[in-house]
Design a protein around this ligand. Structure first.
Ligand SMILES: *Cc1c(COP(=O)(O)O)cnc(C)c1O
Length: 369
């Protein structure tokens, strides 16, 4: 196995789920495992959540749903991504639930199910202010009615997505709740059973109990990371992911010696330079060139020169380094730590992007199974 890898602490995933359950009065949970479980590894994480008794799993793509089914996951799986008519047969074949965002897809689904004597289980997607997909809440009554009347479609849920819930002060979230609740009152008017109402992403879980409703859909918070670095820390979640490697090469260089592409870094004095065998081809961002830090044997060290596709160099000053010494890129070593928040600030992005960009070519290791 290559010496660069992602290490996932399963106990932290368990701890985070428990905190979230306590914080939401034990609301049913859809564990969101899209984008390779935010970099933590789709299958293992999904199997672990299944063992912990979550109610369902959320993914973005049909392909992710199929991979989960192929690996034997039997929990309900909800696919968020847009449904194209040509995919509907596969959703049915693999027993995947999906979001229906338009009357057009609703009708095509009904037609396909009717001709094959099948049933689709869907969640109606309303747009209450995100402006991405879904029927606007104020225009949704006839859509909901048509869905309820469709003979081959089970409306298991009705949902919407929050645009600003990571900011507890933003008034849009309660506006979205209000619009959503007004829209779903149509089910009562039609005299049918209310399907599962779900709204809450991690921000909703943390800051807006009004969004918890019948099912919560946390993603990043399950992995121990806040949806916004600057928002108040109300739950003591623990990051589950570490990114580690090992020194693959080292050498002493004299003063005035340049390192890596473009020669953007030059030593001021004689220094020990270590090479770490991972790079932007693994999702370790090139913006970290000349500014990121890593822990080598527990000490913070600066990246020297540009991050390459598969390697980068670190200035270890006058410390004697050996091949195989431990490098922590994200995570902790004794009292030192480097967080995904630190990396994402340097790379001018958000933790979501850093985590989901960790390439599949990095092996995943799980501790405390
Ligand atoms: C990604 C996603 C979530 C989870 O979002 P987090 O901010 O990671 O909690 C929930 N619902 C939908 C529809 C999503 O696409």
């Amino acid at each position: 196995m290559r010496p660069s890898f992602v290490e996932v602490e399963l106990n932290n995933l368990r701890h985070n789920l428990e905190l979230i359950r306590n914080h939401t009065e034990n609301r049913p949970v859809m564990a969101v495992v899209k984008s390779n479980a935010y970099g933590h590894g789709l299958l293992k994480v999904a199997q672990f959540y299944e063992k912990l008794g979550v109610n369902c799993l959320g993914v973005a793509l049909l392909e992710e749903g199929i991979r989960l089914r192929e690996s034997g996951i039997s929990l309900p799986i909800v696919v968020f991504g847009g449904v194209l008519p040509g995919q509907i047969a596969e959703y049915l074949e693999w027993n995947l639930e999906f979001l229906v965002s338009s009357p057009e897809v609703l009708r095509i689904t009904e037609t396909i199910c009717k001709s094959g004597s099948q049933r689709a289980t869907v969640h109606l997607k309303l747009d209450s202010g995100m402006g991405r997909v879904g029927i606007n809440t104020e225009d949704s009554a006839s859509f909901i009615e048509e869905a309820v009347r469709a003979e081959h479609i089970t409306v298991k849920g009705v949902c919407s997505h929050l645009a600003c819930a990571d900011d507890p002060e933003n008034p849009l979230t309660l506006k979205q709740v209000e619009r959503f609740l007004a829209a779903v009152s149509v089910f009562e008017r039609l005299g049918v059973e209310m399907p599962l109402r779900h709204l809450a992403n991690s921000g909703g879980v943390l800051y807006f109990p009004q969004t918890h409703l019948d099912l919560i859909r946390p993603g990043i918070l399950l992995y121990g990371v806040y949806p916004d670095v600057s928002s108040p820390h109300v739950l003591d979640v623990r990051p589950a992911l570490q990114l580690k490697s090992k020194v693959s090469f080292y050498k002493s260089i004299p003063a005035g010696y340049s390192v890596s592409y473009g020669s953007t870094w030059t030593s001021e004095r004689a220094s020990n330079i270590s090479t770490v065998p991972l790079g932007y081809g693994d999702g370790y961002r090139r913006q970290l060139s000349n500014c990121g830090e890593v822990l080598i044997n527990g000490k913070r060290r600066s990246i020297a020169g540009r991050v390459c596709m598969d390697q980068f160099m670190v200035n270890c000053e006058n410390e004697a380094i050996k091949i195989d010494d431990e490098v922590v890129l994200i995570g902790q070593h004794k009292d030192q730590s480097i967080t995904v928040e630190e990396i994402s600030a340097l790379a001018d992005t958000i933790p979501y992007e850093i985590l989901t960009n960790l390439n599949e070519r990095l092996p995943r290791i799980y501790t405390n199974e």
